[in-house]
Design a protein around this ligand. Sequence first.
Ligand SMILES: [Zn+2]
Length: 354
Amino acid sequence: MTIDTDRRSFLARAAALAAAPTIASLVGNAMLSSPAAAAGATDLPDFAPVPPSALGPALNGSGYYVGRIERNLYWVTNGTYIAAFLTTRDGVVLLDAPPALGGNIQRAIDEVTRPAGLPSKVTHLIYSHHHSDHIGASALFGKRVTRIGHTETRRLLKRDADPDKPAPDETFDDHRTLRIGGERIELHWLGANHTPDNIFIHLPGHRALMLVDVLMPGWAPFANLNLSEDVQGALKAPAQALKFPWAHFIGGHMGRLGTRRDLEVDQAYTADLEAEIRTALAVVDPAPYFARYADNPWAAVKTYLDEVVAVAIAPVVRKYTGVLAAADVFADSSAFVLAQSLRLDLGVGQVVQD
Ligand SMILES: [Zn+2]
């Protein structure tokens, strides 16, 4: 291992620690600080090392990195979350506002705009979807910024009424072209995937596509197949993304941008996982589980599905360890969700009784 790799893994660890409060919000801070959780921390399991290919650039002293994507399009990351922004003669167009980046978003914008003599004020804020972890710093940009998002994003944000993420003022249903400061941004809604409101943000003049929470370049999916609300939609989304012309992929996570190759690897990963689940469903005999727990169908189904998942993920974890970071971490929960989608969406294993 080179010194550079050591430094990069240290920086990645530092970034992960900095992101701990954000990650804690996924499970609830109270759980993380409970004595029971602290006691359990003494026998934590080992996981495969994170390959250097999953890591992004080093963060600065404030805990962020800002870099140019193409021309006047930039990205900013804290190592786990990514936002992007477009600097124009009329102001800044911000794409997402993750709370984990928070005040560092404006710092990154100032770092880029001031030397160029461009306005640093965010005039437009585009929401990728309604989730707080990607837009929960929206209120930092005040009341006068124009917020733009999908109609369903507006409905969900109105419903949840979180003052940190005001509902978009301007909405669209299927497609909308924005022309701001001489730049073109194409917003597309192509069906539900990670959430019902998740959109594709295409910047043709910058050869860039933003699609958040569908895949994380360099990393295996997060829990429950990236918490997909529509699993079949999420599985199709990389192919939909590849139909657009682009060279730079902004996935919202982790510490680096993606390439077309990253989307192809993700497609191969989910295809392999699906194939192994289909095989496991065919070879794991449910009879012993239902015999052992004859009076408790939940126990029978749980132990049977645990075995299906274990059989399905073993070859996938082996194949992708060293290719995708954390291939061994969430494979079980993603396999479970994918197995349920095969059963419930595609009807696999459903038998119509006589
Ligand atoms: Zn999300």
